[in-house]
Design a protein around this ligand. Structure first.
Ligand code: A3P
Length: 319
């Protein structure tokens, strides 16, 4: 944190002083900014993104809560919209770059530094990733015809995935985070970009009110039928598959290229580093639906079920 804190501007430090704070999972504190819990550097970058980002009508924003399948969604969207420029072949960019290098995060990459990015020369449609809740997206995104895809995952598996990930990336000198401790915080909503229910509901409501603007997807549904959702995603993004492409197996080829099994084994994903210099290999663990049963006690399962009932009940969103 001290290291991260050094990069904070005076303005950001002032802002932090005015925000509620709680003990963090990885950094000493998480701060509540615009209703969600974040690390200081994420807040600084989000403020910069909100202030400076200019949208194009063709932009695509891929939004998730951490550990909900962000890497997968980025790979799929990249392969879909660029399939004329990069046909599926042995030198497809996804074979030598991690999806996070091809679809940059607003908050970890583009607006993470003092120097603002020049995004004017990016090929269209421009693809971006974010963990920021809908309400906190830069206004031009909401006002333009740009499209937003939200992928969420059942909170049980998201929690277990996050807990594993945090313990992989914390310094070896730091004691691992106990699952019980992480779980209590998660149920209170105190986790990066949480509370998870507010995050999901923000995009969920928008997807109902403006279905042409926000496509709401679930990780479990995608796992069950990737081809169906790949086509749905392509239609939504304005890049539908032609009959010819479907006959040529283009949908299945993209699904295979972006599959967990394929990406996990690539050199770049075994040895490379992408987000904030963390190792790519930690982005690929098990990719299973329901793995949480191996980690949560019946009491924990009941507790999280109750939280979900209380927070999501009546919204129409269920897992
Ligand atoms: P597990 O920890 O349950 O295995 P994110 O990309 O948002 O960080 O999410 C990481 C989770 O997505 C991890 O879940 C990871 O294994 C899984 N994942 C990564 N790549 C995937 C892919 N291509 N297809 C499906 N799941 C993937």
């Amino acid at each position: 944190e001290a290291r991260e804190g050094e990069k904070l501007s005076h303005e950001s430090q002032e802002l932090l002083l005015s925000l509620p704070k709680e003990k963090g999972w990885r950094t000493p504190y998480l701060y509540k900014y615009q209703g969600f819990w974040c690390q200081p550097m994420e807040i600084q970058a989000t403020v910069s993104f909100q202030k400076h980002f200019l949208a194009c009508d063709t932009d695509v924003v891929l939004a998730t809560i951490p550990k909900s399948g962000t890497t997968w969604l980025k790979a799929l969207a990249f392969a879909i919209v660029n399939r004329k420029r990069f046909p599926i072949s042995n030198n497809h960019p996804l074979l030598s770059y991690n999806p996070h290098d091809l679809v940059p995060f607003f908050e970890y990459k583009l607006y993470a530094n003092e120097q603002l990015p020049d995004l004017s020369n990016l090929p269209q449609p421009r693809l971006f990733g974010t963990h920021v809740p809908f309400a906190s997206l830069a206004n031009p995104i909401k006002k333009s015809s740009s499209r937003v895809v939200y992928l969420c995952r059942n909170p049980f598996d998201t929690f277990v995935s996050s807990w594993h990930y945090i313990n992989k990336i914390i310094p070896k000198t730091q004691a691992p985070m106990l699952i019980e401790e992480a779980f209590e915080m998660y149920c209170k909503g105190i986790v990066g970009f949480g509370p998870f229910w507010d995050h999901m509901l923000g995009y969920w409501k928008e997807s109902i009110e403006r279905p042409h603007k926000v496509l709401f997807l679930k990780y479990e549904d995608m796992k069950e039928d990737v081809s169906f959702h790949l086509k749905k995603l392509a239609d939504f993004l304005g890049f539908p598959f032609s009959l010819e492409e479907e006959r040529a197996g283009c949908v299945e080829k993209i699904a295979k290229l972006c599959s967990f099994e394929n990406l996990k084994e690539l050199e770049v994903n075994k040895a490379g580093k992408s987000i904030k210099n963390f190792e790519n290999k930690n982005l690929f663990r098990k990719a299973e639906v329901g793995d949480w049963v191996n980690y949560l006690s019946p009491r924990m399962a009941e507790q999280l079920t109750n939280v979900m009932e209380e927070k999501l009940g009546g919204s129409g969103l269920s897992f």
